[in-house]
Design a protein around this ligand. Structure first.
Ligand SMILES: [Zn+2]
Ligand SMILES: [Zn+2]
Length: 365
């Protein structure tokens, strides 16, 4: 079994796909639909991180059969994404960079997803969100807007993420700065000048982190996916392959431990803020900060993203749409002509104002 999940329609035998509008499996051939059974679990399970590291789940997955699954993937020769294509959509291009890929060439054994946030936006709704977003960009070339409106296909991809929970205890030492003002004489004039009195401090802060999100893919620049946040993780469903029917899914390429390092960076930003608040005063210096992480748990989850890659005048432009909220992010081409026109229009307006001022000044003579 290599992760080939097929859902034949009970009525006609055609392949069903997950329909975001209904939240069910739907048969495009005969219109039948079928609800999804998640096995009664209410929430995706948090897993013990220390245990996973001890078991070597981050590297060697042989022998850990119950927590892992084998996926049939195709590796993109350009961006390195390992994509699990759905049998029914017959895709032959990488959804991220539109590079042709040979499908079904390899397998990977990976930690099973604990949760999936199902698509709730249909392809059409995502397309409308993208067109509206492009429409608001007055500097985008008209030809591109028209191209986008023609209803090019979007690719629905479940992207791999890690989430981490942790309890942190941090000891710090540093300095608290208190401002005061002195009056000084500069060239015979009196000036108030700010000075800071520094006092050594040390202390302790703690925090409980919940679901710190880390993208587990290297295929796409983080600037795209960060812009899709926030995700409504409260809507996570326990993982069942039914949600993937009709979509591509990317296998993670960031290992569990590397993901935790990214998560610690995100946590550390919050802890630093906590420490500065704890130090108080007008200014803060942190000389030493040591954090202990305990009760670390993790989940591997899949989040829904609609992708469009356009080739426009020889260049590739990429757009991503959050498959839940419709939030759009992308590379926007600028129309040189429109910008040049705006600059000229601006000069004309400035010129007219200048001319008007000149006239009024003349009139007052
Ligand atoms: Zn059917
Ligand atoms: Zn690619």
């Amino acid at each position: 079994m290599t992760g080939e999940h097929r859902f034949p329609c009970e009525t006609c035998g055609a392949d069903m796909r997950f329909d975001p509008a209904r939240g069910e499996l739907t048969c495009d051939h005969c219109g039948a639909h079928e609800s999804i059974e998640t096995g009664g679990a209410a929430q995706p399970r948090e897993l013990n991180y220390a245990q996973a590291v001890r078991d070597g789940l981050g590297q060697d997955l042989a022998g850990a059969a119950s927590e892992t699954e084998e996926l049939r993937v195709s590796e993109c020769p350009n961006c390195g994404a390992k994509i699990q294509f759905d049998e029914t959509n017959h895709a032959t291009e990488c959804p991220y960079c539109a590079t042709p890929v040979v499908t079904g060439t390899g397998t990977v054994r990976q930690i099973k997803p604990q949760g999936v946030l199902p698509f709730s936006l249909t392809e059409q709704t995502a397309q409308e969100a993208m067109s509206a977003w492009l429409g608001r960009l007055w500097f985008a070339p008209n030809a591109l807007k028209q191209y986008a409106r023609k209803g090019r296909r979007l690719n629905g991809v479940y992207m791999p993420y890690w989430t981490y929970d942790a309890h942190t205890e941090s000891d710090y030492s540093g300095e608290r700065g208190t401002d005061y003002y002195v009056t000084v004489k500069v060239n015979g004039k009196t000036r108030r000048r700010r000075q800071t009195r520094w006092r050594r401090v040390s202390g302790h802060v703690r925090r409980a982190f919940d679901d710190v999100l880390v993208l587990a893919s290297n295929a796409l620049p983080v600037k795209y996916t960060r812009a899709l946040e926030p995700w409504d993780l409260a809507g996570l469903e326990p993982y069942v392959p039914d949600y993937l029917a009709g979509y591509a899914a990317e296998a993670y390429t960031v290992a569990l431990e590397d993901g935790f390092e990214h998560a610690q960076e995100r946590m550390n930003a919050v802890i630093t803020r906590d420490v500065k608040f704890d130090i108080g005063g007008d200014r803060q210096r942190i000389h030493d900060l040591r954090t202990q992480y305990s009760q670390v748990t993790y989940k591997h989850i899949l989040l829904p993203v609609w992708f469009a890659a356009y080739k426009f005048r020889g260049k590739t432009y990429r757009f991503v749409v959050n498959g839940r909220t419709g939030q759009v992010q992308g590379e926007r081409p600028y129309s040189a002509w429109k910008i040049a026109f705006a600059v000229i229009a601006g000069l004309i307006v400035a010129g007219a104002i200048g001319y008007g001022i000149a006239l009024t000044e003349q009139g007052s003579y």
